[in-house]
Write a protein that binds this ligand. Structure first.
Ligand SMILES: Nc1ncnc2c1ncn2[C@@H]1O[C@H](COP(=O)(O)OP(=O)(O)O)[C@@H](O)[C@H]1O
Ligand SMILES: O=P(O)(O)OC[C@H]1O[C@](O)(COP(=O)(O)O)[C@@H](O)[C@@H]1O
Ligand SMILES: [Mg+2]
Length: 323
């Protein structure tokens, strides 16, 4: 006997590659297990404005390979307030929707937790490129974003080497340094600046310049946006070493686009199906994650009050290997 009969799915916050694969998994698994499944357009904004429609098997065809989200996404200020959250819960009740899957990042989880406390059975899937959600090793979209960064750094290396220049590459991640860390190790960046690790600007500048004295033909510095703007870091380095002028590239929203990698598609598919099965079993108020290869559920209350641990071992390895 299923604890839910009608479920809905929405995507919220910054979109991420693989959100479509997650929507597909929720819809197809829900229908497979005999539930009615609804899509909510534009995240919490669409929920508050009753922009809700039934989804069938074909409505999620041809999307597993696409970036973005067919449900579209939004950052909704109205939902930040208690009245907005109550309105959302009432709309779901009026429609007889007894289960909700929220695909989004840490902010979306805060909202999902509030809906859950208003009596709506809610599950969260980690959809964000930032990888800033604890109790899952990876978020949906992170792997694709890292691939985008590595591809860009490969291209920058070509031209930087020809001119014996150095490059500063600013990447996303909000307050989390994971995109910079993983892309930095994978692309052999000489310096990685992340908000989780303090640094001395003079040492950074010396390290960048010394790379050329050591015989390198280029030098790459990856800076997570949580540290500051690449442009400002570039100016500071130039002030400290006037004979030296790095070029700055801001990758921006390119990191959120493109076809999701197989890793992100499979992560999204597994988590989407898991969320549906757990709703059917009567679970609620939980975030779905993948930890050491195992699917896990963790209370929203714990997830939203925990900061994701930074992988210092990996950071030190990147430093050792980029000498
Ligand atoms: N503390 C909160 N309480 C209720 N809803 C929230 C809260 N924080 C964020 N939200 C909702 O979730 C949406 C997405 O959050 P945001 O932080 O922008 O993106 P993400 O979920 O990707 O981290 C917000 O626009 C808002 O509607
Ligand atoms: O798309 P916007 O509104 O410009 O926001 C940019 C922010 O969104 C992100 O790309 C994704 O963040 P969220 O998943 O928390 O929404 C961040 O890395 C970045 O800081
Ligand atoms: Mg976020």
């Amino acid at each position: 006997m299923s604890a839910v009969k009608k479920i809905a799915v929405l995507t919220s916050g910054g979109d991420s590659q693989g959100m479509n694969a997650a929507v597909r998994a929720v819809v197809r698994s829900g229908l497979y297990f005999g539930l009615e499944v609804f899509g909510i357009q534009r995240g919490y904004h669409g929920l508050i404005h009753d922009d809700i429609f039934p989804m069938d098997l074909r409505s999620v065809g041809d999307i597993i390979q696409r970036g973005g989200t067919i449900l579209q996404s939004a950052r909704c200020m109205e939902f930040m307030r208690a009245e907005g959250q109550q309105k959302a819960a009432e709309i779901l009740r009026e429609r007889g929707i007894d289960g909700l899957v929220v695909i989004g990042g840490d902010g979306s989880y805060q909202g999902a937790n509030k809906l859950n406390k208003l009596g709506i059975r809610t599950m969260g899937l980690p959809g964000t490129i930032d990888n800033d959600i604890p109790y899952t090793d990876f978020t949906i979209g992170f792997d694709t974003a890292v691939n985008v960064v590595v591809d860009a750094v490969n291209k920058l290396r070509d031209t930087m080497s020809s001119h014996e220049r150095s490059s500063i590459v600013e990447v996303m991640g909000r307050y989390c340094g994971d995109i910079a860390l993983h892309a930095g190790l994978a692309s052999g960046a000489e310096t990685i600046l992340v908000p989780e690790v303090t640094y001395n600007m003079q040492e950074v500048a010396d390290r960048m310049r010394n790379n050329f004295e050591k015989g390198k033909r280029h030098s790459i510095l990856l800076v997570a946006e949580g540290v500051g703007r690449g442009e400002d870091i570039g100016k500071l380095i130039h002030e400290l070493c006037p004979d030296y002028e790095p070029r700055v590239t801001v990758l921006g929203h390119i990191q959120r686009g493109g076809a999701p990698t197989p890793f992100d598609r499979n992560l999204a598919s597994r988590l989407g199906d898991f969320a549906v099965r757990k709703l059917i079993e009567g679970e609620s108020g939980k975030a779905c994650g993948l930890v050491k290869g195992e699917l896990v559920l963790t209370d929203f209350d714990i997830v939203v009050n925990t900061k994701k641990e930074f992988n210092m071992e990996m950071y030190e390895l990147a430093q050792r290997l980029s000498q």
